[in-house]
Ligand binder design. Structure first.
Ligand code: GDP
Length: 488
């Protein structure tokens, strides 16, 4: 490497080993090329084959995306209901439209993994801009010279209301139409975490099936699709070439695809520079309580402290009653910045008070910071989502991270950061004593998929629910959810 330095310190590889392309306007999306100055160097560099396929996908998005003649022709056909099949698709452009719904963590898992699905199936990815058009408030364009935003005018009326009973749903086409897409304008892929087994057969679709004959596919998922795609024999070889190490799929794809807008990046960098940068060590604690009452629970605080103590993540405190505090010894004691995220401020306040009232055993200085406490979850509310996204990125910039089981918000923070987290087991009843053990070190940095297939692609027997967590060496049951699957 070079020893060149800039004002911001040592020079960084802003293109992240070729993962990113040069040439984007730096002013309109500063995070794209600045992120490398904040993140640690990638522990899993992108494979040359992934980089090649990303460039091909960018070319496809540019050639077929909104505003091009192929796009106009394709949307005309969608509008007119003219049945499509691959022989009359002269432009070689087919599309995958992602419906945005649920919380930000869910949406980010969906975006990254549906992008992978688009790459595997050679489709153009278009993302529904969400209620209130919030996509552009949150994320920059990932592909040069084109847009990934679904144009405002889209010929399928009420497509956001599509559900698994729709005649166009994959399950219905498979079961009731024996795979015939004749007369259908599009195929609808319903991969909500609670989707029926028939709809989950999408995971096993390959080129002998019907899906490739539909020029338009509309997908609804709140899930991380990637683990499920590894079950499909048609994709296994390609996935191994794309990801020689399977434990970093989200890490790599999120660094490629998801770049927060300038307003959010400003929030991230200002907060980081003010409170986190100068600490000797940074710990993130992501607190997510799945309880509609929004009230704090002593049991959750007990669980967090039991975890951080057991895993030696936070220093212990000693009773200082009557003890004379030591002289200020400038620079001698180690400092730790603890970034807490959560909807409530109660947990942060309590831990901070603990380190105010008592001294740490080894004199370490512990500071607590929580950027926001929004109290309630809101959906498709830009100001709220922007704070949430800034906090997800701040979590990614810590050195170690404790996350809450079942929370996609935590999965995304750990995944972008490349952190293997300590996961707090989710209490099923927050009023009962905290789970024991309180937490566990995860197997990998990958997110958990809550809706993976429960059948083998070679047999497609959807009548039985198989333990798919034992079929492949790199796909294992999640630490925090026994029926969830994650890449390791
Ligand atoms: P999940 O429900 O934990 O899987 O995560 P999601 O991100 O999908 O949905 C939770 C939503 O609640 C987020 O998108 C935020 O809007 C909000 N939320 C939850 N935790 C936090 C937090 O720590 N900080 C902020 N700002 N918002 C949060």
């Amino acid at each position: 490497g070079t020893s060149q330095t800039t004002q911001r310190g040592p020079k960084r590889d802003v293109l992240v080993g070729g993962l990113l392309v040069p040439g984007f306007d730096e002013q309109s999306c500063a995070s794209r090329y600045q992120a490398a100055y904040y993140h640690k160097n990638m522990t899993r560099p992108a494979s040359p084959y992934l980089i090649k396929r990303l460039r091909e996908q960018e070319a496809l998005q540019l050639r077929c995306g909104p505003g091009t003649e192929p796009y106009t022709r394709a949307s005309e056909r969608l509008k007119s209901g003219q049945t499509t099949n691959d022989t009359d698709d002269v432009d070689g452009c087919s599309y995958l439209v992602l419906i945005s719904y649920r919380g930000l963590g869910n949406r980010m898992l969906a975006m990254a993994s549906v992008f992978l699905y688009a790459l595997l199936t050679n489709r153009v990815l278009l993302v529904d801009t969400g209620y209130g058009n919030t996509l552009a408030d949150l994320f920059c364009e990932p592909f040069p010279g084109t847009t990934w935003a679904l144009p405002h005018y889209f010929p399928v009326e009420n497509f956001k209301e599509l559900g698994e009973d729709a005649p166009e749903s994959y399950g219905n086409v498979f079961v009731n139409r024996s795979g015939s897409v004749t007369g259908l304008r599009f195929v609808y892929l319903h991969l909500d975490h609670a989707a029926s087994p028939a709809n989950r057969l999408v995971y096993c679709d390959d080129h002998r099936e019907f899906l490739h004959r539909a020029q338009w596919a509309i997908i609804r998922t709140d899930q991380y699709m990637a683990p499920g795609l590894f079950f499909n024999p048609a994709y296994q070889e390609e996935l191994s070439r794309l990801f020689p190490k399977k434990d970093s799929v989200f890490y790599t794809l999120s660094r490629y695809l998801l770049h927060p807008t300038n307003d959010i990046w400003g929030m991230v960098t200002r907060y980081y520079n003010s409170y986190l940068r100068n600490a000797d060590e940074r710990l993130g604690i992501q607190i997510r309580v799945f309880d509609n009452s929004d009230k704090p629970f002593q049991q959750v605080l007990d669980q967090i402290l039991a975890c951080t103590s057991q895993e030696h993540l936070l220093p212990g405190v000693v009773s200082t009653s009557g003890v004379a505090p030591a002289l200020p010894t400038a620079g001698a004691s180690k400092s730790m910045a603890v970034l807490v995220t959560g909807l409530s401020s109660w947990y942060h306040d309590n831990i901070r008070e603990m380190y105010w009232k008592s001294a740490t055993i080894d004199g370490e200085v512990v500071s607590l910071y929580q950027p926001s406490h929004e109290e309630h979850q809101l959906w498709f509310h830009s100001k709220h989502d922007m704070k949430a996204l800034a906090e997800i990125y701040l979590l990614s910039l810590t050195d170690k991270i404790v996350t809450s089981g079942w929370s996609t918000f935590g999965y995304v923070g750990q995944g972008i950061g490349g952190h293997t987290p300590w996961i707090l087991f989710r209490p099923m009843n927050y009023s009962e004593p905290a789970p024991d053990p309180p937490c566990t070190k995860a197997m990998s940095m990958e997110p958990c998929s809550h809706g993976a297939p429960g059948f083998e692609c070679t047999r497609k027997d959807i009548s039985t629910n198989l333990d798919t967590g034992v079929l492949l060496p790199h796909v294992r049951p999640c630490e925090d959810m026994s029926w969830g699957l994650k890449l390791t």
